[in-house]
Ligand binder design. Structure first.
Ligand code: SF4
Ligand code: SF4
Length: 376
């Protein structure tokens, strides 16, 4: 039963409960992916929410009407209390999904997680070829550990999704990435072109594909979807920089998802912490319900009232919700502008210039690290 806002406090009427909670339980990760969507300023272990706080948050989420919790990070398995957290979330009635790099898996841990009530595992791969995968991940031996993790998930009888982030340094291997997903027994594969947030921004030139390469990838995905009907479902995410219209980022600001950072800040998406001028609710002092229904941060870009033209009078305003606020801010310095990923946006020339720059000669990777990107 979802908790309804009291009319006396609700800033916006008709706000539904969030569907899913993205629990970023830590920013720690043994990998150093150059497209990591974590912020450049990573939360240190000493700032992470304590076990008891997470357990309270899961109880509040279930009371609020949340259906699923995605354990994410960083690498959620870096938390020693992960099994306990999964057990409490499952006991609260939440569907539990572990989003993991797989490099900290072993048979005993898999068994403990399954016994705790874990429902699903989403495992990331950097490539189908070990050497290139390890180079992209910044960790020798990572790929082989992921292969082992996939086998353990299937052995435990849990459904498996593979996530493959694609870019100019692995896109030629897309057919073998699809084969890998089938071979490992995944039911679903996410082929996700890099989205340019977090660490992907200083790595834009190292990652950005040509339009021709993107078109080839789309043809490959379409053919594989047809060929693998009933075997593998393929989700496909294209880069915003080639889009004519923006994506409905997170299904719209504070409409479906609530994200909790390792330090306990409630956010409408994992990238929102980059936006200045917000007092993000801290779940050490604020309830999840107050954060969702009553905080200025969650209400500021909800719905359509905040929209400038051309969104305000556009017939797609309740389809894409004006695009991504973080991308609008990254390009224009103003989060309330129309997302420049829209060809109708007055600021579209800024995105076009960024795309032209991103297509320049490839640079070396700037690997993710504590302390931020050098020179950023
Ligand atoms: S994208 Fe890579 S570095 Fe970032 S959390 Fe995932 S596995 Fe770790
Ligand atoms: S003008 Fe605004 S609402 Fe219309 S398509 Fe572009 S971003 Fe979406």
């Amino acid at each position: 039963m979802s908790e309804a806002p009291s009319p006396a406090h609700a800033v916006e009427v008709n706000v539904a409960a969030p569907l899913a909670l993205l629990a970023e339980v830590t920013h720690r990760c043994p990998l150093r992916c150059p497209y990591c969507s974590n912020p450049l300023e990573l939360d240190r272990a000493s700032r992470e929410l304590a076990t008891a706080d997470w357990i309270r948050v899961f109880g509040e989420a279930a009371a609020l009407g949340v259906l699923q919790v995605h354990f994410s990070g960083g690498e959620p398995m870096a938390r020693r209390d992960l099994v306990a957290l999964v057990a409490h979330a499952a006991r609260a009635g939440l569907y539990t999904n572990l989003i993991t790099s797989g490099v900290l898996f072993d048979r005993a841990k898999m068994a403990e997680l399954a016994a705790a009530g874990l429902n699903h595992v989403q495992l990331s791969f950097q490539d189908s070829e070990a050497d290139n995968a390890d180079r992209i991940a910044g960790l020798d031996g990572a790929h082989d550990k992921k292969l082992t993790a996939a086998a353990l998930v299937r052995e435990a009888g849990l459904p498996l999704t593979l996530n493959a982030v694609m870019h100019r340094q692995n896109l030629d291997h897309l057919p073998s990435v699809i084969d890998l997903a089938v071979r490992l027994g995944a039911q679903r594969l996410e082929v996700a072109h890099v989205q340019y947030y977090g660490w992907a921004i200083p790595n834009r030139r190292a990652l950005f594909p040509t339009y021709e390469a993107l078109e080839r990838a789309t043809v490959i995905v379409d053919a594989a979807r047809e060929r693998l009907k009933g075997v593998l479902t393929i989700d496909y995410v294209v880069p915003d920089y080639y889009a004519r219209r923006p994506k409905a980022c997170m299904g719209g600001w504070a409409r479906q998802f609530i994200n909790v950072s390792p330090a306990g800040k409630a956010l409408p998406c994992h990238a929102a912490e980059t936006l200045p001028g917000f007092d993000w609710p801290s779940l050490t002092t604020t309830s999840l319900s107050d954060a969702w229904y009553r905080s200025d941060a969650f209400n500021r870009y909800r719905g359509t009232e905040w929209m400038p033209e051309p969104c305000r009078s556009c017939d797609r305003r309740e389809i894409d919700w004006g695009g991504c606020r973080c991308q609008a801010f990254a390009f224009t310095g103003d989060a309330s502008r129309t997302d420049p990923a829209c060809a109708l946006a007055p600021d579209r020339p800024i995105l076009d210039a960024a795309r032209a720059d991103a297509l320049g000669p490839a640079t070396d990777f700037v690997y993710r690290q504590i302390g931020g990107a050098p020179g950023a």
